[in-house]
Design a protein around this ligand. Structure first.
Ligand code: FAD
Length: 550
């Protein structure tokens, strides 16, 4: 058996190592265009920021090590230029010598990844305009940063753009980040990104939404970036982080099936339309775990797992890929944002029914020093309570909760299962009622009809304005409230019922939803038409982004 793997980083290197573990006899070629294999793409922004000062730490392994430990035939600086499916050969160019030769295969795994998109705007090819994919790009960007530049513009506020913003700030560079969307981090629901924009602003990063770079021109002071609004920013460094496109050229030339967005089509065994050719990682179109629809999710976790699965199948073990949930995380300036499964905006786009709850707990017992806050949003089926997705933003502990929820989504659990989850607890780690349990209690209570809850968007859309009843303390009310709200603290409510109108809808709210729930129960039983504002004032604040939209 002769296996050829094209691309030697996340998906390709995983496939190669797995293949060797499955077969000591197979001939395994790992062909990589660049000088390095298996480097840590995800660590690249942190080397630029000198959080990871040693460059060689980014080399997870070396070609020599792969040769020694796995007896792989690793060929770096070698590009596969074409596939002949009928002759079962690939054409390889040795980029050092220029020699072109053919190699036969029994099975082929394509793991060529995805290339950053370079928009066709004037100036995108200027010397200090970069994209970031590999160590060579990292070296080029770091060289400019090391020259002590003053200003940078990042186009695209996705994962890579935001990570770079943090690292540029570490290096003392005044940074502007643009996104043509009206939010940063587009896979997330917009309200969950409000704290991220606040964290960026606090560190002096200029965030411009609804804006992109229309032109970049060279000038005396570096470059001038002209924005959609017509405004300009000067910068000595511009990084384009607007997304990636599958490197599907080999597949297209070989007439393999490719989806409308360029992802190579694979079945659940990661087999392309040619049964002897598998494809993994950023180059493929995969299945969305939640909807079963085709999607493209360029993430390292899926690429690594797919590499293993493709190797299994190449060697006759039937391994299935379950689909991609889009579990992702980002951290900067001490703020974490993480998500799994379907977002609310994806569900809206698909016209699928859902309900959602927000909770705003601390990451561990509040009485133990160092508790940090988080906002957690859980989205579920309105009939069955089956979990559809979750997002979290805040300080410590967001990662743990989204990981738990990612497992719950994959296991097909419901919000009622979240109520029952037994998670580890001591005061420095969590709470006896973990944030995940809390989300389950709120969602479970809602589905059981224990309390009517209303979302902020629904309140804002009401034509007959409800009475907004703030049931927090006068001090909390004085330090920030929803406009027009009246204040009756929950502890005074029973004695002040006569101040409330019987015929008008009342929306009660507190800080996070808990006192609002109690107030709702009191008022319901006293005959008022009342709902609790889901997630309380903190959720209302998430829906009030501050002054950054175009
Ligand atoms: P790659 O890892 O890109 O490897 C493909 C390789 O194939 C490349 O080295 C390329 O040179 C080679 N190649 C292409 N065509 C040929 C050819 N014809 N012949 C020979 N070789 C070829 N994901 C996360 O989940 N978390 C993160 O924190 C994260 N951070 C990231 C930060 C950065 C800066 C970048 C760029 C990506 C990040 N990602 C992250 C995404 C993650 O790195 C990718 O999803 C993952 O590497 C995809 O794996 P892959 O094997 O499909 O492609």
């Amino acid at each position: 058996m002769k296996l050829i793997i094209v691309g030697g980083v996340a998906g390709g290197a995983s496939a190669a190592a797995r293949a060797r573990r499955l077969s000591e006899d197979a001939e395994i070629l790992l062909i990589e265009r660049g000088p390095d294999v298996s480097f840590a793409n995800c660590g690249l922004p942190y080397h630029i920021g000198e959080v990871i000062p040693q460059r060689d730490k980014l080399l997870v392994t070396t070609p020599e090590r792969l040769r020694e430990r796995f007896r792989l035939d690793v060929r770096t600086r070698s590009e596969v230029e074409a596939i002949d499916r009928h002759g079962k050969t690939v054409r390889v160019r040795d980029l050092t010598t220029g020699r072109v030769y053919e190699e036969g295969y029994d099975k082929l795994i394509l793991a060529p990844g995805a290339a950053p998109i370079r928009p066709p705007i004037p100036g995108a090819d200027l010397p200090n305009v970069f994209t970031l994919r590999n160590l060579a790009d990292t070296d080029r960007i770091k060289k400019v940063v090391d020259a002590k530049i003053e200003r940078a513009v990042i186009v695209g506020a996705g994962f890579i753009g935001l990570e770079l913003a943090e690292n540029f700030v570490h290096r003392g560079i005044a940074t502007t980040i643009l996104d043509r969307n009206q939010q940063v981090l587009p896979p997330f629901d917009p309200e969950m990104t409000t704290p991220l924009v606040a964290a960026l602003a606090e560190k002096g990063v200029e965030v411009l939404l609804g804006q992109t770079a229309e032109t970049i021109s060279a000038g005396a002071d570096g470059m001038t970036v002209t924005l959609t609004s017509g405004d300009t920013r000067t910068a000595q460094l511009v990084v384009l982080g607007i997304g990636v496109r599958p490197e599907n050229m080999l597949a297209v030339q070989a007439d393999l099936a490719v989806g409308p967005r360029g992802g190579v089509r694979v079945n659940e065994y990661l087999q392309t339309s040619d049964p002897d050719i598998f494809a993994v990682g950023d180059v493929i179109e995969t299945t969305d775990f939640g909807t079963g629809e085709r999607t493209q999710v360029p993430l390292a976790g899926p690429a690594n797992r797919q590499g293993r699965i493709a190797a299994d199948n190449a060697f006759g073990r039937k391994s299935k890929y379950r689909g991609t949930q889009g579990t992702a995380i980002l951290g900067f300036f001490g703020t974490t944002a993480a998500m799994t499964g379907l977002s609310e905006k994806a569900l809206k786009r698909l016209g699928k029914p859902y309900r959602k709850v927000y909770v705003h707990p601390a990451h561990h017992a509040g009485y133990y020093p160092g508790a940090e806050g988080m906002s957690l949003k859980v989205i579920f089926d309105p009939e069955t309570g089956k979990l559809l997705g979750a997002q979290g933003v805040g300080g410590a502990g967001v990662d743990k909760r989204i990981d738990v929820l990612a497992v719950a989504v994959q296991a097909g659990m419901t919000v009622f299962d979240l109520e029952e989850m037994e998670l580890c607890y001591a005061p420095q780690f969590g709470s006896a009622k973990d944030p995940v349990n809390m989300a389950g209690f709120v969602a479970g209570g809602l589905l059981r009809g224990d309390h009517p809850q209303i979302d902020w968007e629904a309140v804002a859309a009401m034509t007959e304005k409800p009475l907004l009843l703030d049931v927090r303390t006068p001090l909390e009310y004085a330090s920030g409230r929803i406009p027009d709200a009246v204040n009756i603290p929950v502890d005074d409510l029973r004695s002040r019922l006569s101040e409330l109108p019987k015929g008008r809808a009342i929306v009660a709210y507190c800080q996070v939803g808990q006192r609002g729930y109690l107030a709702t129960r009191i008022l319901m039983q006293a005959g008022f038409t009342v709902s609790n504002l889901g997630g309380g004032y903190k959720t209302y604040l998430l829906h009030q982004p501050q002054g950054v939209r175009a």
